[in-house]
Design a protein around this ligand. Sequence first.
Ligand SMILES: C[S@@+](CC[C@H](N)C(=O)[O-])C[C@H]1O[C@@H](n2cnc3c(N)ncnc32)[C@H](O)[C@@H]1O
Length: 220
Amino acid sequence: MVRQHVNPLSSFHQLPRCLPPPAELFATAELPLHLDIGCARGRFLLALAQQDPTRNHLGVEIRRPLVDAAETERLAAGLTNLRFLFCNATINLQDWLQALPPGRLALVTIQFPDPWFKQKHRKRQVLQPPLLAAIAAALAPGRELFLQSDVLGAIEPMVALVEASGGFERPTGDARPWRAANPLALPTERETYVQSQGLPVYRVLYRRNHAPPPIPLGVR
Ligand SMILES: C[S@@+](CC[C@H](N)C(=O)[O-])C[C@H]1O[C@@H](n2cnc3c(N)ncnc32)[C@H](O)[C@@H]1O
């Protein structure tokens, strides 16, 4: 059985994990890289990687059985521009992002992240200041960060964090507060479900600007 939610603050999920660099993940490591944070069972990336062979796609997920199932399917499909890794993105991605070759990271997506409604659980939200700072440092100017959710309480704190960082701008002409359309070629599993229910989806596309990456609170 796969647990619906895990507590990313548990001691097990706080352990350091060394994630392999792109050269050990992809057949052509030099391709622009798309990082999807919280990819779940990976069906969105399995379809996207076949449709878009011009990029490498990395899905990271905190529920290991989902990663194992996604990797099994990837291997069966023979996809060499796609990998899935088990990790706690909030904790384990920072060193990996820092070690990326300059300009390699093209796009980061955080789609329908788990909502944590209680104030005391806010530290469980995947996008925390140190992760945002690492994303901003790894994204070259013009490269993109895409956020979407059906839960305002999940996306509004992420938007507040990104906007306070000063490191990102929305494309000219995008509707505010929410972008009308998904800029990606395919919907995620959660997105397909939400849309089948006729529920709203809140989306924001950000482009990295030329400002230096933010320094997370507590590190200053
Ligand atoms: C609601 S699901 C959305 C899945 C997929 N992005 C979609 O849109 O269909 C959120 C996923 O993020 C994963 N997740 C939550 N916290 C995480 C973390 N700290 N690191 C990695 N994955 C995380 C959850 O296990 C879950 O699979």
